[in-house]
Design a protein. Structure first.
Length: 75
């Protein structure tokens, strides 16, 4: 009787408990991987700042070229 109960418990665990644990484990991992880490967030802020500075430089260069050679855009 106890041997049969143990076997039944193992079978139930392998058919219900273990697959459920595996699915919930990977769902949790998937949700965690969708979040941005602190390092990634810092890198994005640095890239954004750099892109803004580069955009400002390009605008400055275009103004200088417009003053110096008004027809430079036509080339």
């Amino acid at each position: 009787m106890i041997g049969e109960l143990g076997t039944l418990a193992v079978i139930l665990f392998l058919t219900i408990g273990l697959p459920l644990f595996i699915v919930l484990h990977f769902v949790t991992r998937w949700k965690q991987s969708r979040e941005i880490s602190r390092d990634d967030e810092k890198l994005l802020e640095e890239l954004w700042s750099l892109s803004q500075r580069l955009e400002d430089r390009i605008e400055t260069l275009e103004r200088i070229l417009d003053d110096d050679r008004p027809t430079w855009r036509e080339k």
